[in-house]
Design a protein. Structure first.
Length: 405
């Protein structure tokens, strides 16, 4: 969000890489159109909000434009009105995209592609009809599960179909408010009820919608939460670090540190029956992954089929790098056997995939720590473990492609 000297927001934009996006405005002015040159001259302050996914960014951008009406967003429309999403007033409402702002479900959007993309996402979770129930026979979308229950033909409509359809529309409204947690609870309840009544086919449909919702956004945050706390993502990441360090404190001596700067390194190795071995280090700072500090390791000297030897080489080579920051905690993918390397560095823990057990070296051997699935500290470890696994496999597959090792 660009603001002028009076503190008024003049432009709102979004990007996966904000640094690259913002720096593009401060290049040679001759490369910019007159409108952009005028915008840059008025920039006095830059604010930003971190969000967890594409859907949140699309809806939050819309909310911010509606709230602040930034001058340089609106004139970029070249006298074209912004787009809004509405629900029609019918027995079987359907979302429509138009230019009317009054009583809109979402908007404004500066081009039609954005609301169309959002509706495409949400229809797979909360189906709706695009004909208003006026078709003579079920449409193609009903066979794809995107219009279910299908209100066509009208002669086949029952009170149960009307009830279920209205339920979908109510759920769609919650999705636009990014009330994903509420929708997930509703879908879980529906799935349990369908399973109990042995309606396994419909239960499977609901299960698929749950999985899609998780894929769209793994973090359920409303736009209101982002607006009330601009540092929401950073705060949540620090809470994960705090929760993890709290449960580890009775077992490990972890140096006091600013949570926002606490560094965790996670390691994994990949090979195929000892061939093309590769290792990876992924880094989290303040609970947020930092891909610029990820490192690959091509393994050459260790016994190829021995995971412990592979990890030992990776850790030994990493710890020789005194020019790299010292980690506050090292996490290994594996169980007790991997922790035989804890003499190389302390504090060190491992996380086993099967039961998500945390293994911690203590003076008498090893302690096992089992945390609830929704524990923020466990979720942080799982994300780092999975990221290390992905990153190590990336190099391993490159080695196999080019027959290295």
């Amino acid at each position: 969000m660009f603001a002028d000297s009076a503190g008024k927001i003049t432009y709102v934009g979004k990007a996966v890489n904000l640094k690259r996006r913002v720096s593009s405005y401060f290049q040679n002015p001759q490369k910019h159109l007159p409108k952009t040159q005028a915008l840059v001259r008025k920039i006095n302050r830059i604010d930003y909000l971190s969000v967890s996914g594409e859907v949140e960014s699309l809806l939050l951008e819309s909310r911010l434009i509606k709230k602040f009406r930034p001058f340089y967003n609106l004139i970029s429309k070249d006298d074209k009105s912004p787009y809004y999403i509405h629900l029609t007033r019918e027995i079987f409402p359907q979302p429509v995209i138009n230019h009317h702002s009054v009583n809109s479900l979402a908007g404004p959007f500066l081009n039609r592609r954005i609301p169309f993309q959002i509706l495409k996402y949400f229809r797979r979770i909360s189906p709706y009809c695009q004909t208003g129930g006026h078709a003579r026979k079920p449409c193609l979308y009903s066979h794809l599960g995107l219009c279910h229950p299908c209100p066509s033909p009208a002669s086949a409509v029952t009170p149960e179909i009307i009830f279920q359809y209205q339920k979908n529309i109510s759920r769609l409204k919650k999705l636009f408010k990014i009330q994903f947690k509420t929708v997930i609870r509703q879908l879980q309840k529906d799935m349990r009820e369908l399973s109990a009544s042995q309606d396994y086919e419909r239960a499977a449909l609901v299960r698929n919608r749950l999985q899609l919702l998780s894929a769209i956004s793994s973090v359920r945050i409303t736009t209101e939460e982002y607006l009330s706390n601009p540092n929401l993502i950073a705060d949540q990441n620090e809470n994960k670090v705090s929760a993890l360090l709290t449960v580890l404190a009775p077992f490990l001596s972890i140096a006091d540190s600013d949570l926002s700067a606490f560094r965790i390194e996670a390691y994994d190795v990949s090979h195929l029956s000892g061939k093309s071995p590769a290792g990876a280090m992924v880094v989290s700072v303040g609970g947020d992954t930092n891909p610029s500090q990820y490192r690959h390791f091509t393994i050459r000297s260790a016994k190829a089929s021995d995971d412990i030897s592979l990890l030992k080489e990776v850790l030994t080579r990493r710890l020789r790098r005194t020019d790299w920051p010292i980690p506050g905690l090292i996490v290994l993918d594996g169980g007790k056997s991997q922790l035989s390397l804890h003499n190389l560095f302390s504090p060190m823990i491992s996380l086993a995939k099967k039961d998500e057990i945390i293994y911690i070296p203590v003076s008498s051997g090893f302690s096992e720590l089992s945390l609830p699935k929704n524990h923020p500290g466990l979720q942080l470890l799982q994300s780092l473990r999975d990221e290390a696994h992905r990153f190590s496999r990336r190099l391993h597959h490159l080695h196999r492609r080019y027959n290295i090792n």
